[in-house]
Design a protein around this ligand. Sequence first.
Ligand SMILES: [Zn+2]
Length: 390
Amino acid sequence: MVETRHQTRLLTLLRDDGPMSRVELGERLELPRARVGAEVARLAEVGLVEAAGPSASRGGRRSTLVRLAGELRVLAVDVGATSVGVAVTDASCEVLAHAVEDCDVRQGPHPVLRRVAELAAKVRDEAPGRLIAAGVGLPGPVSFAEGMAVAPPIMPGWDRFNVRDHLGGLWGCPVAVDNDVNAMALGERHAGVARSTDDLMFVKIGTGIGCGIVLGGKVYRGVAGTAGDIGHIRLDDFGPTCACGEVGCLEAYFGGAALARDGLALARSGRSAHLAEAAAERGAVTARDVGRAAAAGDSGAVNLIRDGGRRLGQVIASLVCFINPGMVVIGGGVAQLGHQLLAEVRSAVYRRSLPLATGNLPIVLSELGETAGVIGAAWSATDRAFTLSS
Ligand SMILES: [Zn+2]
């Protein structure tokens, strides 16, 4: 689809900074005007860009703005541990339609990807157009180069299942597969609270805990794609057992699954009337129940969040020392615990990190919430679509 490196840069610039005139494109890309004209003409011919009306006059002849073609569509998929979300966006990653459903990732790739395909058909009906790429976030370690999850602890049946080829065959477009937390970090970096931040950490607290690391504006994935897997940093050699089979991991203390476990124990101990009520109603307690009980002033629930936030804060403090990010963003379902959690994390980080590292360090909640993952997945997808295919 894309034929030259100049076209890649041109399409990326239009995605990132919106419509602009040929003169402006030439200045930003440092290309002669004739070259820009030729590349734009070629991209218009294959339907990737189009005219967008006259630009504001800068004296002299008014020129026409160029923009990404309005009919271009990107599918963005966010597979979580207990839900799937599918969005369709335009080529600038603006969400046009979005559907989210409960879905247990442990069912394995075939049933889950069948749900994904159904949801994709639904959102594409709502915002029809020409599909150019798809992006997928998965809740486990992902080999970005191969487009598959590798030995994911909470995804039985997914190990080395080629999600990229499976969906690419179905949709007939290039597919980028990434870890869900990396996708969320990219979403916040490009369209959320971290818009102007090149170096950031996005900490996701869902069923488990992970961290997306953006350095110099790019996701840092490590050699095998497992960078940022902070949920399994060991805090105590004699701690509780973790889903990964080890003991004392951060995730075994905090996160959705740990909160549900501790909340149920609290309910049974008779030390929390709110949680006892939730347990009596449904036979189980969720992280959301703990959040609601804490918001209602239940002291047992408040303590669970405080303890968890303090442990999470300890880990984040170490990472801040190591990476020196410009911002820490906290997101994921359990981030709905909100300000109580944030206060605990902030106090642990500010107390334990060097003043130079934290002097100008915002620690904030995700701005995009549920759409962070799909916007980031769309971003990776357009990167793939705009890259010169080898
Ligand atoms: Zn673990």
